[in-house]
Design a protein around this ligand. Sequence first.
Ligand code: SAH
Length: 343
Amino acid sequence: MATTPVSLRPAAQRTDPYGVSREELAALLAGEPPYRARQVWEALHRRAAWPPEMTELPRPIRERLAEILTPALSVCSRREADGGQTLKWVFEVEGPARVETVLMAYPDRVTVCVSTQAGCAMACPFCATGQGGFVRHLRSAEIVEQVAWAMRERPVTHVVFMGMGEPLANYDQTIGALRRLHDEMGISWRRLTLSTVGIVPGIRRLTTEGIPVNLAVSLHAANDTLRDELVPINRRYPLARLAEACADYVGATRRRLSLEWAVIGGVNDRPEDAEELARFARALGAHVNLIPLNETAGYRAPGPPRAVHFRARLRALGVNATLRRTRGQEIAAACGQLAGGGG
Ligand code: SAH
């Protein structure tokens, strides 16, 4: 259960292992042969090893680095579900604040779901993270380190930015993390997915960024009246503008767009909802990911038959739709359940 973090780095010279640049690392190792910096860099990024474990280094260097490059996250809890195929960490970060990370192992891949903010300001009423409000942005090094913790357990193949927080509301740090995961950890763009509530200027900026990651949009409603309620940022960026930005993203990157739809019984799983969604999705060539609602606040889950029925209806309307298997429900690791309190 919860353990008190020992050191959240008071010493001024301490720094994030995944925040230093190659140049800064070389400066830290000044006086050593140049291959040392390369060795440490690769150990950090390719093996997710931290200085105390870099036994290939001479002890004095290892000890000096261990003083400086200290992990930014400290584990409050680590829990398993689904027979060990789902892992959830609750981490404490400077603040103090709590963030959560989920690893999901499948036969053909290992996906890590990372948080980009402690809390979230988007206030979607059915999402547990939204209820707690916003605490602070994560630094890119803190986002990358979540993946490192997962890599220490399993060979990570995919990363989805679908944990706590709104990635496009923390744009620069999110992009910094995506770049480091791609450039240094060797995860290809097509194995990186960013999920957003639909912050249109953020999608537009991402379109020009030159990093063709997969884009997922949390749609949940395909008419403005309902979406204004379910995803309040829709009042600022309504569906027509969102659709335009998505179309441009797809045009520029050639990535398939996915639309997330938490199926909420009696709210967005009616025949007319399927029709509106089908029109929206078809126009964008988007794939629809249905997530049976994980009950959190006042919203009811549809019950599996209704979700299956909704999917069938979408398919009949010519939409590529999948019903996502829910992972980690019993450890509150599923979509919309991350609240930072589990442990
Ligand atoms: N803020 C970003 C990243 C979070 S992704 C975004 O919203 O896209 C988390 C996904 O889980 C989002 O699609 C979110 O809408 C969905 N979700 C939130 N609460 C949920 C719940 N109670 N049941 C199922 N899905 C939920």
